[in-house]
Write a protein that binds this ligand. Structure first.
Ligand SMILES: [Mn+2]
Length: 248
């Protein structure tokens, strides 16, 4: 039997699916093509999730065509924005995977409340001459919504302290967009573009994500993973566990 090159090898079609995985090829070289590795590694996961008692082929997930946005960041954000807008208009949950954290900026205008899971605040107004940098994600979101909450932050630069931010340790809000920068994890677990020691364990992160049980997650992304087998496997496992939590 041929295995479909889709997240978890899922055979659901777009109309049947509730979750739409969007593989985004974008940004810094080490993570640019990680989405492909994440999908490849998702095919190596066991078919049954013991932790949450669910079979992966019971999860209605569909994998969108590979998205390779324009090099020009403002164009790229508009392209991603339009794809997300289309998926939301079909009452489905978009999940961007791979690439650079800057892709989260494309969600501005589509969601009101955000949880940013990240070692960093990304509150630079501008970074390396760009307002679309991965280091500006939090800033662009906070300029647009007051309801931005961080989990796992441990690196704060003085340039970022001119702006107030909120943190939470437990997921006690509802109806939100969840952005997961994998560097929230300690670098012993995963390689990311901007690693920093003293991070969360995989178990701690999963425990936090378990807080979404019974809540409405409107969209998600999983970003900044370096494209190597260990890191893409962990990312695939985390996304699969997140879907299992939502469906169990
Ligand atoms: Mn980060």
């Amino acid at each position: 039997m041929l295995l479909k090159f889709s997240f978890l090898g899922s055979e659901y079609d777009f109309d049947e699916a509730k979750y739409i995985i969007i593989p985004v090829i974008y940004g810094k070289p080490l993570s640019r093509e990680a989405a492909i590795g994440i999908i490849r590694q998702s095919l190596n996961l066991p078919g049954y999730n013991n932790r949450y008692g669910i079979r992966y082929n019971d999860i209605p997930v569909y994998t969108f065509d590979l998205v390779i946005p324009s090099i020009d960041p403002s164009k790229a954000m508009r392209e991603l924005h339009n794809i997300l807008d289309y998926i939301l208009s079909k009452n489905k949950i978009p999940i961007m995977i791979g690439g650079d954290h800057s892709i989260t900026i494309s969600t501005v205008g589509l969601f009101n409340r955000y949880i940013l899971v990240d070692a960093h605040l990304d509150l630079y107004s501008e970074y390396e001459g760009s307002e679309y940098s991965h280091a500006c994600v939090g800033r662009r979101l906070i300029e647009y919504s007051e309801e931005i909450y961080y989990y796992g932050v441990r690196v704060v630069e003085p340039e970022e302290l001119d702006i107030a931010y909120k943190t939470l340790d437990r997921l006690e809000i509802d109806r939100f967009y969840l952005s997961v920068d994998l560097d929230v994890l300690d670098p012993i677990y995963i390689d990311t573009n901007v690693p920093s020691y003293g991070g969360k364990s995989y178990g701690e992160l999963l425990e936090f994500i378990e807080g979404i049980t019974g809540k409405m997650v409107l969209g998600m992304d999983f970003v900044e993973t370096v494209d190597n087998p260990k890191s893409t496997y962990l990312t695939a496992d985390l996304i699969a566990n997140t879907l299992a939590i939502l469906e169990s």
